[in-house]
Each structure stands twice: as C-alpha cells, then as structure tokens.
Design a protein around this ligand. Structure first.
Ligand code: MN
Length: 227
C-alpha cells in the first residue's frame, strides 16, 4: 500500500522485561471513579455513576519526559491514575472473565486543562479541549498482569517533592473488572486499548519548572517535568 504522505508512526508503550512494545489502539478514561475526587469536582458520587471519555493515542508521553506547558490554559492539573492495558478484545465482557482481557497495568497522568474542561462542562460541550490535547497522557512502562487483578495498592503523586494525591486503588468506585465490563458494553474492546481508570482526590495545578513524581505500589514511578 502507498500513502500520499508517510503514515503516522504506531504509538506504543514499553513493556517491563520485554524487548517487544505494547502497540496502542485507543485511550479510554474513566471520569469520577473515586468518591472523594467526585466531591472535589462538585459532584455527588452517590447520585452520578462514573462515565467514560477518550484521548487520542498520540497524546501518550513516555516516562522521564519533559513536556512544555500546554497552550490556551492557565490551570493545568495533574491526575495520577492506574492504567489498564487490554491484550484481548471483546464486547459485553462479564466481570467474572474481565481479567482474561488484561495484558498489564501502568501508571498514567490524565493531564487536564481544568479551565477549558470546566468551561466545556458548564456549557454542556464536549471535554476534548480540556482533556484530549497534545502530550496530555504521560505513562510508565506496562507491567504484565499474568492474569492478576489490581484491587489495592497505594496511589500517589508528588509535585516538587510534596504529596498532592494519596489514596488507595481499593477506593475505586468501579474496580478493574467492572470498568472493563461496563466499557465493553459501549465499545468493542480491542488489543492495544488503554483505560485510564480515574484519579483520587487532591488534583491541583502545576506550572512550568515543576517536577512530578507519581506511583502505584508494584508499578514504575512516573516522572515528568513541565517546562
Ligand atoms: Mn482522570
């Protein structure tokens, strides 16, 4: 096959302990999946369940990167999150078999232009300008899951050495099997899909020069510098 110009490179993520990389298809994200974060966003988690939105695959940024402060915002926020990497596709997946679809797990940061997100939210418009911008998805290497779930573990982020978010993956409203099951009723999942599972309370602004360091027990530490 030939193209009118060179096609974009396949987006991929490093896999721990493997020379082969994980080829990325789509990025799904879960909104308001920790009760305390839903409340800090002004929402009642008992009345509104979590929901999904997306980012483009080419928003991914490898670990240990420096990224420029993005345009058209004065309120860039960190959101540290557990990321599920899907290795086997499917639709209408039952929670009981959901873990069979997991290739592995990583740590991600769902960077958010909060001012643009809230402007869109308040106008009833899509979130893309707030969420799906260039370089909005730093991610660590993927740790292969080997059939294991991810139902607990400390999740945290420090900015310039100070803790901003500290919680436990056990506090997810929708856990890993429930996220996969629910998402697969809306979209047929495919190998290469990533799912950012939502952030705990404590989101806040970052500025040029900030050093971000975030982690989840058992996974790599995600290091990002804002320039
Ligand atoms: Mn998020």
């Amino acid at each position: 096959m030939s193209y009118v110009f060179p096609p974009p490179a396949q987006v991929s993520v490093e896999v721990k302990g493997r020379a082969e990389r994980f080829p990325v298809n789509r990025i799904y994200c879960v909104g308001r999946n920790y009760a305390a974060h839903a409340r800090e966003m002004g929402k009642d988690p008992d009345r509104e369940p979590p929901f999904f939105f997306t980012k483009p695959a080419n928003a991914l940024v490898p670990n240990n990167s420096t990224i420029p402060y993005p345009p058209r915002t004065a309120n860039l926020h960190h959101e540290i999150e557990l990321v599920i990497a899907i290795g086997k596709g499917g639709k209408d997946i039952a929670t009981a078999s959901a873990l069979e679809h997991v290739f592995g797990y990583a740590v991600g940061n769902d960077l958010t232009r909060r001012d643009l997100q809230f402007a869109a939210r308040d106008a009833g418009r899509p979130w893309d300008t707030g969420k799906a911008f260039d370089r909005s998805a730093p991610i660590t290497a993927i740790q292969p899951a080997q059939g294991q779930g991810f139902d607990k573990g400390k999740i945290w982020i420090k900015v310039n050495g100070e803790f901003r978010q500290q919680a436990d993956v056990a506090d997810l409203i929708w856990d890993v099997p429930e996220i996969i099951s629910e998402l697969s009723t809306l979209f047929e999942l495919a190998p290469g899909d990533l799912i950012f599972t939502g952030t705990p309370a404590g989101v806040g602004a970052v500025k040029p020069g900030d050093h971000l360091e975030g982690g989840i027990d058992g996974l790599d530490t995600l290091i990002t510098t804002i320039s």
